[in-house]
Design a protein around this ligand. Sequence first.
Ligand SMILES: Nc1ncnc2c1ncn2[C@@H]1O[C@H](COP(=O)(O)OP(=O)(O)O)[C@@H](O)[C@H]1O
Ligand SMILES: C[C@@](O)(CCOP(=O)(O)OP(=O)(O)O)CC(=O)O
Length: 493
Amino acid sequence: MSTTVVSSPGKVLVAGGYLVLDPAYSGIVVSTSSRFYTIIQPAAAPSHANQIQVLSPQFTQASWRYDVTVEPKLSVVPNQENSSKNKFVHQALESAILLATEMKGSSSVLSALAAGLDITIAGDNDFYSQRAKLAELKLPRNLESLTKIPPFAPTGGSLAQVHKTGLGSSAALITSLVSALLVHFSVISSADLSEDSEGRHLAHNLAQYVHCLAQGKVGSGFDVAAAVFGSHLYTRFDPSVLEDLMTGDTTSPRTLFPTLSPKNRAWNHKIRPFALPPLTRIMLADVDAGSDTPSLVGKVLKWRKENDAEAHALWTSIDQLNQSLASILTRISELHDRDPAVYSAAVKYLSSLQPVQWMANPWTPPEEEDIMTAFYDAHQTSEAIRAKMREMGRLSGVPIEPSEQTKLLDECVRQAGVIGGGVPGAGGFDAIWLLVCDPVDCSPDQRPTERIEYVWSHYESVSPLMAVESKAKGSRTENIDDIMGLKDTLHLS
Ligand SMILES: Nc1ncnc2c1ncn2[C@@H]1O[C@H](COP(=O)(O)OP(=O)(O)O)[C@@H](O)[C@H]1O
Ligand SMILES: C[C@@](O)(CCOP(=O)(O)OP(=O)(O)O)CC(=O)O
């Protein structure tokens, strides 16, 4: 058995928060360059037959051993010497091995487990706040400082203590882990993860199931969809597809495949293509306060249920704006493809002016006019979405874009070269996202990213993240030697 490595990206829900819980609406999901990695190797110690050792080297007390029995009934039992539990890891192992047994037979799985498996899981630094590390290194909170932190740096604490940045570490962890197991047990092939294959959809369905089981709730699933498919326009699946599996006794003999099969038409989610326009980038900032998403969701949905007509009107208007933003950004990409040189010149010009000035130049070259108009439309639409999300928060009594975030975002979106921004997902105090022009040929001090870092440096609560929109397509198998720092930092053979 060789080594299997699978990585999955993190996520940012830039539009569609709360709406995407209802299959009637969709959201703009952006996957990040920050990725989560699973490495599966034959066990180093032959004494570990039929055992799986999972190691999470970025955290203290984050090593779990499981004793696996396949016949007469599958069981994945945490070893009694484990010093902690991890339901995300445990559920992923149990469900992936069960599915493999169903699809490949017990003898095939027993053979793959005969020598035992060593699994290492690790997320890019961005998934976990590096604020303390920067302070320890006496470095300013900026993007350049983040490049000075070794990849997969130990956080110095336990998983319970870590401050997560909301990039969807659990979704990316589960997706990379179950996908790596399915590849390692030959249920799907490496190639399946890079194509619109049945294998990739099987991995998606299994990851959605495991994530819901581990979290004890069925969210919209946009985060797992981002981990599997990358950036896209997401419409959720009907949660009833998982009802039988979620309500049954998960320790009783179950068959997963009929429910998780890609041919099961009950999986009616929609994954429509989407990518951010060329010469733009997402900037993400971790805002120190943090929010409890389930609590925010509960209050918003309660208000929606109690104010059906008003909520329907609001949801409809927000969805129209969300779809309009997606269309405008797609239109901007088309304008790039029409003439990349003219587009590049236009982006450089836009980067030098505040959005309020973008349409004020009477001498804009005719060939650039529609580019300027499209960027300005994106700016206006993004601001309109923010206003409507604030209205949702006001009506439901939930701090979706609290005043502190409004102050920070207002200052950011009026900077030269900033297309738009907002609070991602459920909002609150967690984070902000900005979409900025990223011209290729201008001096550093004229780059919108530099301006935004300067603005952020004046906010004690704000810490930039490295993550940008990933051009890569969701989960993918990796060559362990190609990932900087993976073998050395994680002490892999
Ligand atoms: N590197 C890791 N190793 C093991 N478990 C992890 C790791 N990163 C995240 N997790 C698991 O995922 C959980 C975080 O999930 P969640 O609260 O949904 O945060 P996020 O918004 O980042 O997904 C952690 O409590 C932990 O159980
Ligand atoms: C409200 C939502 O529509 C979006 C929540 O997005 P976040 O990115 O805020 O989620 P967390 O990572 O759990 O904090 C709920 C959902 O879609 O499940």
